[in-house]
Structure formats: structure tokens, C-alpha cells
Design a protein around this ligand. Structure first.
Ligand SMILES: *Cc1c(COP(=O)(O)O)cnc(C)c1O
Length: 359
């Protein structure tokens, strides 16, 4: 068996130890005589798995007691609609920060439900910066302020929490959740699809402050209503049981790595050396302003785009896979989430240097 280094933006690499444990427990989970896939979501085995998974997430993120943690379906994309549906609370406006492709999608969807006010946008720089903004840029009549903490396609990342005036702060953390410590108490809602940094696809983690639960109009379908989901422990419909289990294994792995503060140090080390290698070369370049660079998604272009094909083909031969940039921006992108080992980044840097030498 040989495993490649997979630089995919998501679904992305999982820790090998997690996959091995899942394999070992595939036919018989801890003496239950069955696979987790076959268990009733109401049975004692699965309820124990779910309980452990949720308490590990609460511990890893230090989620305060006045928040509910939901495990939903429909991805971050469903949240683009569920957020306005649940928390507009009779208001007609919501404030958004536009920093790239994913915030643009969130804005478009919110526009179906309310008027979207932009607090700031970096579109003029082709999304290569994080725009500065202040409380006075935020419409105080808006129901909430939404931003995307890491833009997976453009490779820009907020390095801190932006101002929100007194509005509930809502954040799409799909591609950098659990990669660095965050003060959850500053947020109204944090949401993230699991397939970037937490497990396979199929689960959306939604961390929502209790005062934002129960505000949805009666016409909102129950599965989309935070209150109904919170009341039923995210089991209003049959949950993605096996994906909850795998999410739980990834959280256990992260605890064994030393938790979020420890993984942050590794993420700093991995991303710094990759950016340093790009900056030192004359073949590769990264368009993002240095202070806004993402630790998770590193886009770069070759000085001569005619070499792109050869670069990708030769990388693939070395077991360095899925390095093509998003179809909307082209070039290359190395996604280096928590589960990407430092050796994977080292192998990429070595390959890039060798490719530059020979071209
Ligand atoms: C991947 C991604 C999404 C979309 O997630 P889905 O689970 O496919 O809906 C949204 N926002 C960000 C920042 C992402 O990285």
C-alpha cells in the first residue's frame, strides 16, 4: 500500500491513524458485533459515539455553555440560507464582508431573504487582501454581520476577529476551523462543513448562541430550524451516523496531537516554509498580500503558465496530488489542512525546487 500526499481543498486528507481505526472497527465496533453504519441512531452504542464526539468538540474549541452545537446536513451551502431564515428576526437587512468566492456565494443566497449591506469588500484587489473596516461601516439596523474567516479558493485568511459593532457575528469557518484557537464567545454563529479540517463530507457543524435559537418564522421547515434541531439533538431526521463517527475519530486524533494550540504551531511551521519557498523562487509566486495569507490554502502561479501541465503531471508522479487551482482562478493550490503531515509539505517544496531547476 502506498499513500499519496493529497493537497485537495476538500474532501481532503484524513489522518492515516483515523482511517486505520475505522478499518479495524468496520465489521465490529468495540464488541457490538456490528459496524457503526448499521447501528440505530437511537441505540446506546451510537448515542455514546455521538456524546463523545460532541463533548470532544466542546472541549477542543472551549465552547461556552450558552451555545448549542448542531450537526446538520446540506453543507455550509445550506447555512448560507439557514442563517437569514433563522436569525433575521423580522429585520430586512444583513451585513456581509466580501473577501472571495465563498463570501460571494453566501451573499448571493442571503439576497433571497433580505437586503445585503456590504461592510467591506476586497473585490477591487481581486480578493488578494482582507479589507480593513470599522464599526462605522456596519449598518446598525442589520440583523447580523457575516464573514468568511478563510477563503478556500483565494487563499486569504483573517488573522483576528473583525469588529461587529453590537451585531451578532456570524462566521463561515469551513476551511480553517480547529486550525487555530478562536474565542467562541465573540460569535453569534460559527459554522463549517466537515470535509476540510474535520472529517469526510456529510456533516455541517453549527455552533449557535442560545439567544439566536427560536427566532425562525413558522414557515421555515423544521429541519432548517435551529430550535427544532437543537431540541432533538440534531436527530430530527436520521443523521449521517457514520460521518459523525469519523468526525469523532478526527477530534480524538486532534486531542492526541495536543489540541488546537499545538496544531496551530504546526500549521504556522508548514505554511511559513511553503510561502518562504515560493517567495524565494523566480518561477513561483503567490498573489496574496503577505499579512492576509492563509495557513490552510496556498495558491500559487508559475511564471510561465505553459509549464502548468508538466508541473501537475510530474507532481502526480511523485505522489503529490490535486495541486491544480480552483477552476475559477487557475494556477496551483496546495491545501495543507491539519491532517497534512509536515513531510508532505517538505516533499512538495523539494519537488518545486527540482522542477524549477530543470525548467
Ligand atoms: C467548501 C466551502 C464551502 C462549501 O461547503 P459545502 O459543504 O460544499 O456546502 C463554503 N464555505 C467555505 C469557506 C468552504 O471552504
Amino acid at each position: 500500500m502506498s499513500r499519496i500526499y493529497n493537497f485537495s481543498a476538500g474532501p481532503s486528507m484524513l489522518p492515516t491513524s483515523v482511517l486505520i481505526q475505522a478499518q479495524q472497527e468496520m465489521l465490529d465496533w468495540q464488541g457490538s458485533g456490528m459496524s457503526v453504519m448499521e447501528m440505530s441512531h437511537r441505540g446506546k452504542h451510537f448515542l455514546a459515539i455521538a456524546e463523545q464526539m460532541k463533548s470532544d468538540l466542546i472541549e477542543l474549541m472551549a465552547i461556552p455553555g450558552n451555545y448549542q452545537v448542531l450537526f446538520l446536513q446540506g453543507g455550509a451551502t445550506a447555512q448560507f440560507a439557514m442563517i437569514p431564515q433563522n436569525i433575521l428576526n423580522g429585520k430586512t437587512k444583513a451585513c456581509y464582508v466580501n473577501t472571495g468566492a465563498w463570501s460571494t456565494s453566501a451573499i448571493k443566497e442571503a439576497g433571497k431573504y433580505c437586503e445585503v449591506k456590504l461592510a467591506a469588500s476586497s473585490e477591487a484587489t481581486k480578493f488578494t487582501t482582507i479589507p480593513a473596516f470599522a464599526e462605522r461601516d456596519i449598518d446598525s439596523d442589520a440583523a447580523y454581520l457575516h464573514y468568511t474567516s478563510n477563503e478556500t479558493i483565494h487563499g486569504v485568511e483573517f488573522q483576528g476577529i473583525p469588529p461587529s459593532a453590537d451585531l451578532p457575528l456570524v462566521c463561515d469557518m469551513s476551511s480553517n476551523i480547529l486550525s487555530r484557537p478562536v474565542d467562541v464567545s465573540r460569535f453569534g454563529i460559527i459554522y463549517a462543513g466537515t470535509q476540510k479540517n474535520m472529517g469526510p463530507s456529510g456533516v455541517t457543524v453549527v455552533i449557535v448562541r442560545e439567544d439566536l435559537i427560536g427566532l425562525a418564522p413558522k414557515t421555515v421547515p423544521s429541519v432548517f430550524d435551529y430550535a427544532a434541531q437543537a431540541k432533538s439533538d440534531s436527530m430530527l431526521n436520521t443523521p449521517a451516523t457514520y460521518n459523525w463517527y469519523l468526525l469523532g475519530l478526527v477530534l480524538q486524533w486532534l486531542k492526541h496531537q495536543g489540541g488546537v494550540a499545538a496544531i496551530e504551531q504546526r500549521n504556522i511551521a508548514k505554511s511559513s516554509k511553503l510561502y518562504a519557498a515560493i517567495d524565494a523562487s523566480s518561477l513561483y509566486s503567490n498573489p496574496v498580500e503577505t499579512s492576509c495569507r492563509s495557513r490552510m490554502n496556498v495558491p500559487f502561479v508559475l511564471a510561465d503558465a505553459a509549464l502548468d501541465k508538466a508541473f501537475l503531471a510530474q507532481a502526480e508522479q511523485q505522489g503529490l496530488s490535486t495541486l491544480a487551482g480552483h477552476r475559477s482562478v487557475g494556477g496551483m493550490r496546495a491545501s495543507i489542512y491539519n491532517a497534512m503531515p509536515e513531510q508532505g509539505v517538505d516533499a512538495l517544496i523539494d519537488f518545486m525546487a527540482e522542477f524549477e531547476r530543470t525548467h
